[in-house]
Design a protein around this ligand. Structure first.
Ligand SMILES: [Zn+2]
Length: 185
């Protein structure tokens, strides 16, 4: 079975030529990543933004979905997850406090490890995903990636503070150096 060009599954070394059917649509809540790696499974579908409990505090609006495309496999003995996560988040501009639409298109390259020590031995090609229990929530993988994509101080690119109306309301103060210049004349 050949993968179409541009699909991230190509970056995972191919050991077996047999793939499980692609899981698509609404994704399962929990998965076993080691089992998925052995079975070379692929998750393709969506998760709702309002279900991402650690992310919602950073958002002004929790409507919408995250598109997820993740391929599971092995790189040597390491279980790896490669793919992409995309969403349009609605952040709050820290300048005007209005909605700031923030498109995210994140490339995912995770190496599944069972301890922090093992994470240190992981190839630089992968970010560690420390597995504390057999099952992991898909939402956790997704929101960790999205949280990394949120700027520390989100702002509209052309957002000037204070707003222009506020400036117009203030009486113009004479420039003290202008007065001085008049006196010298
Ligand atoms: Zn703004």
């Amino acid at each position: 079975m050949g993968a179409e060009p541009g699909v991230v599954i190509l970056t995972v070394p191919i050991v077996s030529r047999y793939y499980w059917p692609i899981m698509s649509g609404r994704l399962p809540e929990y998965i076993n990543p080691l089992q998925f790696a052995d079975q070379r499974r692929r998750l393709e579908g969506t998760v709702r933004i309002d279900g991402l409990t650690r992310l919602v505090d950073a958002l002004m609006n929790t409507e919408g979905e995250v598109t997820v495309d993740l391929a599971f496999g092995r790189d040597g003995r390491t279980a790896v997850i490669a793919g992409s996560i995309g969403a349009e988040l609605q952040l709050q501009c820290q300048c005007c406090l209005e909605v700031l639409r923030w498109p995210v298109s994140a490339t995912v390259r995770l190496g599944v490890v069972e301890s922090i020590d093992a994470a240190g031995l992981l190839s630089e090609d992968y970010e560690p995903l420390v597995l504390e229990t057999e099952q992991i929530a898909v939402a956790d993988i997704v929101q960790d990636e999205l949280l990394l994509a949120i700027p520390y101080c989100p702002q509209h690119p052309q957002c000037g503070a204070p707003a222009s109306t506020e400036r117009r309301d203030k009486p113009e103060r004479p420039n003290p150096f202008g007065i001085l210049a008049d006196l010298i004349k």
